[in-house]
Design a protein around this ligand. Structure first.
Ligand code: ADP
Ligand code: ADP
Ligand code: MG
Length: 646
């Protein structure tokens, strides 16, 4: 067995891997970028090495410095986690040729499954059903248009090198095909350095069901059952569960054996996931499935499989990499109960799920469940990496039981310091279609309006937030020396409007919001005599209220108004803090509505900033590589001038 392993990752997954290393009595080496100097994973590890600047390309994706750190620390093996270099065959080769073990499949497996077109070819040769479509090397627009016609609409355009939902577009009708093709290609070129795409039929009312597989070096390959990951936004998973509900036993068994066949066809070693897209147009039951892709790594949602099987998948990965047999046979693996996982992201559901940043000043999870979390109170969610904060994982005896526990866990979770999706995932967990397994991958999109409307802050919470904004919510502060000879009136600009607060005495306030008057008593934070027992936190300009959920506000500074929304479409503004990856225009250039103007990268996601109208670039105020703040005007558009120099 290994005695020292380097974890080539950060955040929750690095912490999770280090936990297993501790359990197995293996020394852990953390790596960190300059942005992560004091982060949780660094503190948890036996030792740690600084591998470079914040930008992932220069640190967590920098093969040279990671190998050097590993050699310097004298480790036996490297665990890549997920994301970053986990599916990079060049990295696994570099690890092996430096004389260490890569905890993952062979570089040939990574290569074979790394490109979606090639993976589909191999699978169909092995009789694993694949989604019909065009997989060819010819990539001219003319050919792609005619192939698209043959497949029919709706269809998916996918970057063959894609991952994490990037370089992918759903095309509903023929007339938007070319525009979406160009966007997918430019996004793919930016993200993966390869703009080749494949086309495939869009499976209607699809569910995403995947099978966890495991292989060892002796040719044994088994499955660890399935997971449903249909609740997605931007083709990325938000809530997952295991086992996948509502699949007839025959279909389920066929899916498991297709996954094992897929893994066998490439002599797979280690943990892998075979993802299927399933037709559930009849009663939301899975009746048919097709191979979508294979992820040759540990999956984000692996904990739900651990919950129902009682196994530690990271331990298995390490044992298999060390040359041991799979710890169990297929027959010895049984399901016990049902598990669900919700991903807590630093992102704003009401602003199209764009990533957010901030210092997490308060963080509390229920103590009786598993939470995989990469940060502690005081830590920063920076714009450099994935916005995943934590995974909230529950287990119940049945699906119903697990769902109740998930709802309870989400309501008990407290977080403050940046906008998160906590209320959104809670609203999602309450959705009746989710509860009844009447869902498909479109659930979030189709209910976006109502799901985000449910997130509207209750009026009592707004009332309390206004009091907090005035610094009147600190219960330890008894207003010493407080004496009023007449009630004091103060106004406060909140994000939801101007609020007037009348301080009647040290325990009683009267709050006016939109001409409605509320009485507030500090004892039990009673609003109009209804006690809420809310917990109120104020930190600098941030307010959090915990009462039937987590509510977060930022105090609006009247002297520094937040940049107004660009309603007229005349400007291209940065929707969030992040790097400018590509500037596609020059000053004076004429642009058409729908043109790609800027590609901004934040937290490993790319955002295409598109022209909202025809116009001419009047001012270009940004360069590639620049880090910009949210709301900064990057490009100003004006009317197309009369004289155009050709
Ligand atoms: P899973 O399939 O394990 O649920 P995701 O598809 O959400 O996970 O991706 C896992 C992680 O890896 C995420 O952090 C995602 O942003 C990242 N990721 C996946 N593929 C790529 C890629 N090709 N390039 C960059 N990041 C990626
Ligand atoms: P990635 O590598 O980015 O994870 P996938 O090929 O796994 O890309 O697809 C991501 C998601 O997109 C799937 O989970 C599914 O929701 C949706 N999707 C992909 N292909 C299809 C398809 N042919 N029909 C319907 N939905 C699809
Ligand atoms: Mg996928």
């Amino acid at each position: 067995m290994f005695s020292k392993i380097l974890v080539a990752n950060r955040g929750e997954i690095a912490c999770r891997i280090i936990n297993t290393l501790d359990k197995m009595d293996i020394k852990s080496v953390a790596i960190f970028s300059e942005a992560d100097t004091n982060s949780k994973h660094v503190n948890m590890a036996s030792s740690s090495v600084n591998i470079g600047p914040a930008k992932a390309e220069m640190s967590y994706l920098n093969i040279g410095s990671i190998i050097q750190a590993a050699l310097q620390e004298g480790v036996d093996a490297i665990h890549p986690g997920y994301g970053f270099l986990s599916e990079n065959s060049e990295f696994s080769e570099a690890v092996e040729s430096a004389g260490m073990t890569f905890i993952g499949p062979s570089s040939s497996s990574i290569k074979l499954m790394g490109l979606k077109d090639q993976a589909k070819k191999i699978m169909s040769q092995s009789k694993v059903p694949v989604v019909p479509g065009y997989n060819g090397t010819k990539q001219s627009e003319k050919i792609l248009v005619s192939e698209a016609k043959k497949i029919g609409y709706p269809l998916m355009i996918k970057a063959i090198a894609g991952g994490g939902g990037k370089g992918m577009r759903l095309v509903k009708t023929e007339n938007s095909f070319l525009e979406l093709l160009r966007l997918a290609k430019s996004e793919a070129l930016n993200a993966f350095g390869d703009n080749k795409v494949l086309l495939e039929k869009y499976i209607r009312n699809p569910r995403h069901v995947e099978v966890q597989v495991f292989g060892d070096r002796f040719g044994n390959i088994i499955h660890l059952f399935d997971r449903d990951c249909s609740l997605q936004r931007r083709h990325q998973k938000v809530i997952e569960e295991a086992p996948a509900p509502n699949i007839p036993i025959k279909v389920r068994e066929k899916m498991h054996s297709a996954a094992v066949d897929a893994a066998k066809s490439i002599n797979y070693v280690g943990a892998g996931t075979v993802e299927f897209i399933c037709d559930c147009s009849q009663d939301h039951e899975v009746n048919n499935f097709w191979f979508m892709e294979m992820n040759t790594r540990l999956q984000v949602e692996h904990p739900i499989t651990e919950q129902i099987t009682g196994l530690d998948l990271v331990e298995w990965q390490i044992r298999v990499a060390a040359g041991e047999l799979l710890p169990k046979n297929q027959d010895e693996i049984v399901i016990n109960g049902h598990s669900m996982e919700a991903r807590l992201y630093a992102e704003d559901p009401q602003n199209n799920f764009l990533p957010t940043t901030g210092i997490i000043n308060h963080l509390l999870f229920p103590g009786d469940i598993r939470v995989d979390c990469g940060i502690r109170p005081g830590d920063q969610v920076s714009p450099f990496y994935d916005p995943l904060i934590a995974k909230i994982i529950v287990k119940g005896q049945s699906r119903e039981d697990a769902l109740v526990r998930l709802r309870q866990a989400l309501i008990k979770t407290e977080i403050s310091g940046c906008v998160t999706n906590l209320s959104f995932i809670h609203a999602l967990s309450l959705d009746p279609q989710f509860a009844d397994v009447h869902f498909d991958t479109q659930l979030i999109e189709s209910k976006y309006g109502s799901l985000t409307k449910n997130l509207e802050v209750p009026i009592e919470i707004k009332v309390l937030a206004s009091i907090a904004a005035l610094g009147l919510a600190d219960l330890s502060d008894s207003f010493s020396g407080f004496s009023l000879w007449e009630p004091m009136e103060i106004s406060v600009p909140m994000s939801f409007g101007k609020v007037f607060v009348k301080v009647c005495d040290q325990n009683n306030f009267s709050v006016v919001i939109n001409e409605n008057i509320f009485s507030v008593n500090r004892v039990g934070w009673a609003v109009n005599d209804v006690r809420s027992d809310a917990k109120i936190l104020l930190k600098d300009s941030q307010i959090s209220i915990f009462s039937k959920g987590s509510w977060y506000f930022e105090i609006k500074d009247p002297l520094n108004p937040i940049v107004e929304q660009n309603i007229d479409g005349n400007n291209i503004t940065a929707p969030m803090p992040g790097f400018i990856k590509l500037v596609n225009v020059q000053e004076g250039e004429i642009v058409r509505k729908g043109d790609l103007i800027i590609v901004q990268e934040a937290m490993k996601m790319e955002h295409s900033l598109i022209a909202q109208k025809n116009g001419q670039v009047v001012k270009l105020d940004v360069e590639p590589g620049e880090q910009v703040e949210a709301g900064r005007v990057l490009v100003e558009l004006g009317p197309i001038s009369e004289r155009i120099d050709v």
